[in-house]
Write a protein that binds this ligand. Structure first.
Ligand SMILES: [Cu+2]
Length: 275
């Protein structure tokens, strides 16, 4: 069964490195991970290779059956591996800080991205605003057991959605993530790292998708009996298709509110007649 899983090409994607490809922050996280991994592989091969070589060469009953040279107190060698290890740490630190800025800070929305948000201001504690503004800010709310997305800051009338988040491409999307019940975790692997959804607290993250498509994820914090059902999906559309979706969705919400109000009035009138 394990072999079958390993042979499935889709199962192999992102097994050794974080999934990426949807957003520049996810790509940077993956690149940073790969640099660290490759350095670690070289060290692993050197250390384990030396160990295995010694084990086989000086094995009991073999042609070199004797105790190999025991190297102790070799000053140049000891200085060498101490300085070498320190240098590797310095390199990893510098490389990490080079990537960290781009992972944390949202970039500007592209010239062909969604422009309606220019001038819409958002209060942000943890995350700087993208340069030039123009980001699409979505309030993400974790609830047992679904995700609610609210875009109401743009245009007139309420605009929200459940389960599937619809976003325009070439647009920096910033997320304000919270929860209304227990701790959840927002995670779409191809679009970046996890962000906890905590009641009474807002966490921020962002992504910027350049290719239209569907990106899948799931709640990454055990949040109750139906945690496994708490999946999430981000659908990236060309800007004009996104705007058409927003108009339709807004009209649908307004329509259902009208119908709900009418049915409530009807019920109230019926109750009145019974009295
Ligand atoms: Cu959850």
């Amino acid at each position: 069964m394990v072999l079958g899983l390993l042979l499935a090409p889709s199962a192999l994607a992102g097994i050794f490195t974080p999934e990426s490809g949807g957003s520049p922050n996810a790509d940077d996280i993956s690149a940073l991970y790969e640099i660290t991994l490759y350095i670690a592989i070289v060290i692993f091969v050197l250390v384990e290779g030396t160990l295995l070589w010694s084990l086989i060469r000086y094995r009991a009953g073999g042609p070199n059956d004797r105790e190999p040279a025991q190297i102790r107190g070799n000053t140049p060698l000891e200085i060498g591996w101490t300085v070498g290890a320190a240098l590797i740490l310095v390199v990893l630190t510098v490389v990490t800080f080079l990537y960290l800025g781009d992972i944390e800070k949202p970039p500007a929305t592209g010239p062909d991205g969604f422009q309606a948000a220019k001038g819409v201001k958002f209060a942000s504690i943890d995350q700087p605003a993208p340069p030039g503004g123009g980001e699409l800010n979505i309030a993400v709310n974790g609830q047992q057991y679904l995700w609610r997305y609210d875009y109401s800051a743009y245009g007139k009338g309420q605009l929200f959605d459940y389960y599937e988040m619809v976003v325009p491409i070439n647009t920096t999307v910033t997320l304000d993530i919270t929860s209304q019940d227990v701790a959840h975790s927002w995670w779409i692997p191809e679009l970046g790292g996890k962000a906890d959804a905590i009641p009474g607290h807002t966490n921020q993250t962002w992504f910027k998708i350049s290719e239209p498509g569907v990106y899948l994820g799931q709640c990454a914090e055990l949040c109750g009996a139906n945690h496994a059902d708490m999946r999430a999906r981000v659908r990236a559309l060309p800007v004009d298709e996104y705007e058409a979706w927003a108009t339709r969705q807004r009209a649908g919400i307004a329509e259902s509110k009208k119908l709900l109000a009418a049915s409530r009035e009807e019920q109230a009138a019926a109750a009145e007649r019974e009295n």
